[in-house]
Ligand binder design. Structure first.
Ligand SMILES: O=P(O)(O)OC[C@H]1O[C@H](O[C@H]2O[C@H](CO)[C@@H](O)[C@H](O)[C@H]2O)[C@H](O)[C@@H](O)[C@@H]1O
Length: 266
């Protein structure tokens, strides 16, 4: 686990040298990576400038979004046609000629858990239960600080009662998802295979900011002969399996713009 990683923006020439003549296949996280963190999910809007850069890049190399958001929500927020989108942390995939859902047999478990969470957490002001097709997020960003330990206890108790689901974390949230060996990393590897991007001429590059993105960084670090590059978006150095970093979503957009210029000139 690296603690300090070079900036892919400040050291852009070194970053492009690491591509080693290969075309990047870009995998982009949404919240905290291209959209700044906001008080509520619907307020985390991707700037038009970011959308324009994504459109430019999509004409130059493969681009996919991989997010914890619900697939339809993610697709609506990004609003760029023709891309591959993976929602619910990679359980729900859609793109041109592509449709795959992992864990359909867990939808009933998620429905049950959602009902119980809404019942048990309804008394906590500011706690938001967000249902995605293949995951449930419990947001505590707007909760009273004094309520947060009780919310955490309630979530953990419920997960203990639902052995077919597992708990993951994130920025001011708890998430329940099918207890399957599937995550953003496995979804990215599956996409590389499905989209025919495993050739020696392509290098996967994943941008993300959160603990669920670490699954993708690890998967790419361990990925076959061609490997892959992880870029963690983070304001402070933190342990990460990524090998490069960017400071915040603004810098991520600036980096992607520079990458688009570089690819267009190449
Ligand atoms: O995989 P991502 O695209 O990074 O999605 C992870 C979660 O992002 C959203 O929650 C986070 O962003 C919210 C808006 O900025 C913020 O209010 C919240 O505290 C963050 O945890 C989204 O709502 C979740 O469904 C995603 O799983």
């Amino acid at each position: 686990m690296a603690l300090s990683t070079p900036s892919a923006f400040a050291e852009f020439d070194a970053f492009t040298a690491a591509l080693d003549g290969r075309r990047p296949a870009l995998f982009l996280d949404y919240d905290g990576t291209l959209a700044a963190i906001a008080p509520r999910p619907e307020l985390a809007v991707m700037p038009d400038g970011a959308r324009a850069v994504v459109r430019r890049l999509a004409a130059l190399c493969p681009v996919a979004f991989v997010s914890g958001r619900d697939l339809d929500d993610l697709t609506r927020m990004v609003a760029v046609d023709g891309l591959v989108y993976a929602g619910s942390h990679g359980f729900d995939l859609r793109g041109p000629g592509l449709r795959r859902q992992v864990g359909v047999e867990y939808l009933g478990d998620l429905d049950t858990a959602e009902g119980l969470l809404r019942d048990r957490l309804g008394g906590f002001t500011g706690v938001l239960v967000e249902r995605k097709r293949f995951a449930i997020a419990v947001h505590t960003r707007q909760a009273a600080p004094g309520d947060k330990p009780a919310v955490a206890d309630a979530v953990r108790t419920l997960v203990g009662e639902q052995p077919r689901l597992r708990l993951t974390g994130g920025k001011e949230l708890y998430e329940l998802r099918p207890d399957l060996p599937w995550d953003k990393g496995r979804a990215v590897l599956a996409l590389l295979e499905t989209l025919g991007l495993q050739g020696a001429d392509t290098l996967p590059v994943y941008l993300g900011d959160d603990e669920t993105d670490e699954d993708a960084f690890r998967a790419l670090a361990e990925h076959g002969p061609s490997g892959g590059i992880g870029i963690r978006v983070m304001e402070e150095p933190a342990p990460t399996a990524a090998t490069w970093s960017l400071r915040d979503p603004d810098e991520a957009v600036a980096f992607l713009g520079r990458l688009a210029d570089w690819l267009a000139a190449a």
